[in-house]
Design a protein around this ligand. Sequence first.
Ligand SMILES: [Zn+2]
Length: 429
Amino acid sequence: MELSGFELELRSRISGRRAVAHADVLVQAGDRFVGRDGDAVAAQALRGRFTELGLDVVDREFATVGFEEGRVELVLADGRQIEAIPPYFSPPTPDGGVEGELVFAGGGEEADYDGIDVEGRIAVIQEVGLGYSRFWLGSFVALAAQRGARAVIVIHPLPWPYRMSLEAGNADLGRRFLDDRVPVVCISGIDGGHLLHELGAGRGHARVVVESALPQVTSWNVSGLLRGSELPDQHVLVLAHRDHGIAPGANDNGSGFGTMLEVAAALAPERPRRTIEFLCTTAEEGTTPGVAAYIEARRAEGTLHGIRAAIDLDMFGVGGKLKLVEVGLWPDTDPLPHSEWLMRRLEGIADELGYDVGRMTAPWGVAESGRFLEAGVPAVWFWKPDDFYYHSTHDSTDKLDGNSLKAVGDITAIGLWQLANAAELPADA
Ligand SMILES: [Zn+2]
């Protein structure tokens, strides 16, 4: 693939440092879990930026389940208080919390409960996979709840607590939550070591407090449109979610948001044949109900099949090698392959520019690109899988590698431009 002089010149409009600054604007908006104040502040800042760039702003409102959290405490029998984070959508404990004996239940699978009794007690389970095999806690917590556990403590190997989800991880949003749920907190591997030591020494007793609520909230998928001159009803789309699992969420997903704004600024002065749509979603966290609502809205408007390609920018500012997700796996669906022709096009651009992009399988869900694939829209996802600070309070702006944002920005800007101006676009089978 040869790149045109104009395409090569587009790179000079994209700055990794500015992309990081845009990411920090998002971080400064505060707590951005869907429906919280920072989500609305970030959406408003984005509308302002799109307007400044001369894009047409389109808001699509939707309702979903939010998550509010108050006081969270975990206190051991020796009086030591341990830093703990509930997974989003954890139910609250009764007033005063849950007090009880701790019972170690290994990896928290069915067989781990053989010969132990968690009835009326607090089950302790641990992440035994390489990182995130228990991110979707729903089915693990159900096993404990069915056996009468009053709460669950999850030990994760990271040196700080990380945010998990109490969803089951299913693609089917009707099966988001399982019926059997109890309050849950996650603690670090270091504190987990202390807890297990206390348990072994016969002092396995704790009190857990989780104040939380799951209100219905409304929010917006916000689009900025650079209208096409010849085929305005055909859209090539780039998306990034603005919500986070836990503040500050600089990599997840300030990195994608900041890069998208930089690409928007680079392309805004131009006039493509097709419309280029910059889509900022929310409620990605969890099983992506936000983008699912967006797709339903487009379906209802009769414009879904006008979307000819989608590039998902989600989490590539921290970690190892830059990847395209080739296949995504939900627990309840067949493996979801991403669009081969679209990956090849972006890889071809990366080759021309001298960037190194790999491929990978996403083993625990497909994020937002998967919703487009399920709807028959060709989609790809730029990602770096191994962010040490993922879903922790340490995911701050200073960790972001602007050079990675620059690489994705260059490839995405040229990719969008080519897609928006190609004579024809393939449709996925
Ligand atoms: Zn994300």
